[in-house]
Design a binder for this molecule. Structure first.
Ligand code: NDP
Length: 252
């Protein structure tokens, strides 16, 4: 079944849209007619590739070099997008990092970087966006967490804590914003083939694959399709949910 124009004319912000899952979300949204601005940190080549891939799609895609750890930069970028478009309909918080290490050896930098990006960075974008959605009396927020929030993984205490925070934040925010007609949901991917998972795949790919019920790693598009569900009218009566897109990895 072909689905078309689910997001025609919507204004969408995607963090971490230059690569991996975020890029696939950007392209999926633009294919459905949304005008998308994505944030990226510093990878200019990846930004260019995403913009090029979007050039034939029906929605317009723009990029902004915004480090989500910088609250003021996030605020002025959001204000600029809202001023240009007149509103912000959908926010997808996809930017995230790993700095894996066993806790006994973990540096302050590895701990702080992960929390600053994966948790505070999400707050930094949420806070300026929400007032626009409240004014419009509608909006969609989709956070990307991880299977790591619920399934323990060696060397991932910092990352697991950051993604557990995102699951918890999603539920609390869904309660706060439901009276304003703003729906807040979360997609928790399993092992998806991106730059982030390249080294795990090299080191322990067969072992990880053997624990995925569907017997394959996920692709960024698998996650983007779930995000599209939460971003569109297909999920008008759904809020506060964490949807695992992991081929059954969490269950095994
Ligand atoms: P990638 O490493 O492929 O891409 C990360 C993206 O986030 C890039 O666009 C990067 O920008 C951006 N980014 C990182 N830090 C910042 C920052 N401080 N400010 C702005 N942008 C930033 O990651 P994935 O696509 O694999 O992951 C996307 C999300 O999905 C993350 O939240 C991750 O935790 C989550 N996830 C991923 C899984 C997987 O298996 N891949 C599994 C579970 C969850 P730039 O290109 O400029 O560096």
């Amino acid at each position: 079944m072909e689905i078309r124009n689910l997001l025609k004319g919507k204004t969408v912000v995607v963090t971490g849209g230059s690569r991996g899952i975020g890029r696939s979300i950007v392209l999926t949204m633009a294919r459905q007619g949304a005008n998308v601005t994505f944030f990226y940190r510093n990878n200019e080549a990846a930004r260019e590739d995403t913009l090029e891939a979007s050039s034939c799609l029906s929605g317009i895609v723009n990029a902004k070099k915004i480090d989500i750890r910088e609250a003021e930069a996030c605020e002025s970028a959001v204000d600029q997008i809202a001023e240009d478009a007149g509103n912000i309909d959908i926010l997808i918080n996809s930017a995230g990092i790993t700095r894996d290490n066993i806790l006994g050896l973990m540096t302050n930098g590895e701990l702080n970087d992960v929390l600053a990006t994966n948790v505070i960075g999400v707050f930094n974008v949420l806070r300026p966006v929400i007032p626009y959605m409240v004014r419009q009396k509608k909006g969609r927020i989709i956070n990307i967490s991880s299977v790591a929030a619920e399934k323990g993984g060696r060397g991932q205490t910092n990352y697991a804590a950051s993604k557990g925070a995102i699951n918890a934040l999603t539920k609390a925010l869904a309660v706060e914003l439901a009276p304003k007609n703003i729906l807040v949901n979360c997609v928790a991917p399993g092992m998806i083939e991106t730059d982030m998972t390249e080294s795990i795949k090299q080191q322990a790919g067969d072992m990880v694959r053997s624990r995925i019920l569907l017997g394959r790693f996920g692709q960024p598009e698998d996650v983007a399709k779930a995000v599209l569900f939460f971003a569109s009218s297909l999920s008008d009566y759904v809020t506060g949910q964490v949807l695992h897109v992991d081929g059954g990895f969490k269950m095994n």
